[in-house]
Design a protein around this ligand. Structure first.
Ligand SMILES: *Cc1c(COP(=O)(O)O)cnc(C)c1O
Length: 463
């Protein structure tokens, strides 16, 4: 590996640039199991391995950048959710986090259901053999063609998001001689993101029908009158990357309040409630996510308690984790191209990908961690910003992290917890082809989504 000479990077102790970082970890070679996929470790030479395969071998065979996904970990997490909720509840994996045909097959085999929110996601699910009745169809603006396809396929539920959609789906189902099972998505006035939640005024968003002002009750009233629809329940999704269960508590209280109103007005008890997804994962060692069995226990207790108080029989619960299943199972492997120390600030480490394979840092100010992967190092920690190769100064992958001071071009670095919302949000900005998804499983590696090529890009350019 070539190591070009460069001035020593600024030492963390000498500089205090603004940023979200704490002191460097005691051991830069250590891999916190909270943020890395389960089978990740280092071999006797210090090279990062996953499923028993070292990353130098993966880089050689599949190139960089690449998303490396640990199948055993994905299956274990899916199974943990399934087992935690047992047979009285349904787990729908949120396909938007990352979807491919292999993923659909794993979900099917592990007994999970699947959320889709576009014709493309539906096509992927059906083409990989997910039974239609285990698919839920979401979205705030499903096209009539998408709705027709979903109804014809026989999806288990369509989650209705507006008054117009209630009528639209009813009409399409009726014209096909079907009665479509539906849930009505409401906004309960709770918005939760990571550590805090806000329980006022968050009806101001595009999803769902507000509970406030009786609008959700009116939506149920209208849907119950339409022959094309079978209203099976109420849906609420309050946010993402949530650690605190109190937002779910308020949401469940309000959803159950609506179920009670529906019973009082129409004399029916809707059989299902869906509490959405949004459970947080560890992107850095500072995050402390809950285990699926704790989440299942908390949610089941909240719903049971609220229903007892309202003298309703407890409905069947469903949940929709996306990130919490796939997020921790993958890391992105990059090759370092340049290392640029800025005296008194930090060292910019440029990698061969960037915002085209991980937009979350630019989009949400997301935090990630990073490790030197192709070797271990005893060099002093150096405060770094890992940036991509795109033409934007906001093209940042990891805002602030420590890497060894001897980092050099040609080194491989890995960014953990990139399984969710990275490949699924990837773009071709700057005509950079999107990286492959490589699955590692019990000593073997295979591509499940291949790398895009320049020919792929040019094929669409028909001018
Ligand atoms: C995005 C979304 C999810 C999944 O969210 P995660 O944060 O990935 O768990 C679940 N349900 C709905 C309706 C969503 O929009």
């Amino acid at each position: 590996m070539s190591r070009s000479a460069h001035p020593a990077g600024p030492r963390y102790a000498d500089v205090l640039p603004e940023g979200h970082y704490s002191a460097p970890p005691a051991d830069l070679n250590a891999l916190d199991p909270k943020v890395w996929a389960r089978t990740v470790g280092r071999d006797e030479h210090g090279v990062l391995t996953v499923g028993g395969i070292d990353v130098k071998q993966l880089a050689e065979e599949f190139g960089t950048p690449a998303y490396i996904l640990d199948e055993a970990d994905f299956r274990a997490r899916a199974r943990a959710w399934r087992t935690a909720f047992g047979s009285d509840a349904d787990v729908f994996y949120a396909g938007k986090a990352f979807l491919s045909r292999a993923v659909v097959r794993w979900l099917h085999e592990e007994g999970l259901n699947l959320d889709v929110c576009s014709g493309g996601e539906l096509a992927t699910a059906l083409s990989a053999g997910m039974p239609a009745d285990r698919i839920a169809f979401h979205g705030n603006n499903k096209s009539p063609a998408e709705i027709e396809r979903a109804v014809r396929a026989g999806v288990g539920r369509i989650v209705l998001d507006s008054f117009q959609e209630i009528v639209r789906v009813a009409h399409i189902a009726q014209s096909l001689g079907k009665r479509q099972r539906v849930q009505i998505r409401i906004t309960v006035g709770v918005e939760a993101h990571t550590h805090e939640f806000i329980a006022t005024a968050h009806e101001d968003q595009k999803f769902g029908i507000p509970l406030a002002g009786g609008q959700a009750a009116e939506a149920v009233r209208r849907a119950l009158q339409l022959d094309g629809l079978e209203v099976i329940g109420i849906h609420s999704h309050i946010g993402s990357q949530i650690f605190d269960m109190s937002g779910f508590e308020v949401a469940a209280h309000r959803v159950v309040g609506l179920l009670r109103e529906i019973r009082d007005e129409h004399g029916i008890e809707l059989p299902e409630i869906d509490l959405g997804g949004g459970l947080g994962i560890a992107y850095t060692s500072d995050d402390d996510p809950r285990e699926p069995h704790e989440i299942a226990k908390a949610l089941t207790e909240i719903v049971t308690r609220e229903c007892e108080a309202a003298r309703l029989s407890t409905p069947r619960i469903s949940v929709e984790p996306g990130r919490a299943i796939v997020g921790p199972t993958a890391f992105t492997l990059y090759e370092v191209g340049t290392v640029k120390p800025l005296e008194g600030l930090r060292t910019y480490v440029s990698v061969d990908g960037g915002m085209s394979d991980n937009i979350r840092t630019a989009l949400y100010d997301a935090e990630y961690s990073v490790a030197l992967a192709s070797r271990s190092s005893d060099a002093e920690p150096m405060l770094c910003r890992v940036v991509g190769k795109h033409c934007e100064s906001g093209d940042i992958v990891v805002r602030d992290a420590f890497l060894p001071g001897d980092l050099a071009p040609g080194d491989l670095i890995a960014v953990p917890a990139t399984g969710a919302y990275c490949r699924s949000m990837a773009s071709n900005y700057n005509h950079v082809p999107r990286p492959p998804v490589v699955v590692v499983d019990g000593g073997g590696a295979r591509v499940i989504v291949r790398r895009e090529t320049e020919e792929d890009l040019l094929r669409l350019d028909v001018g």
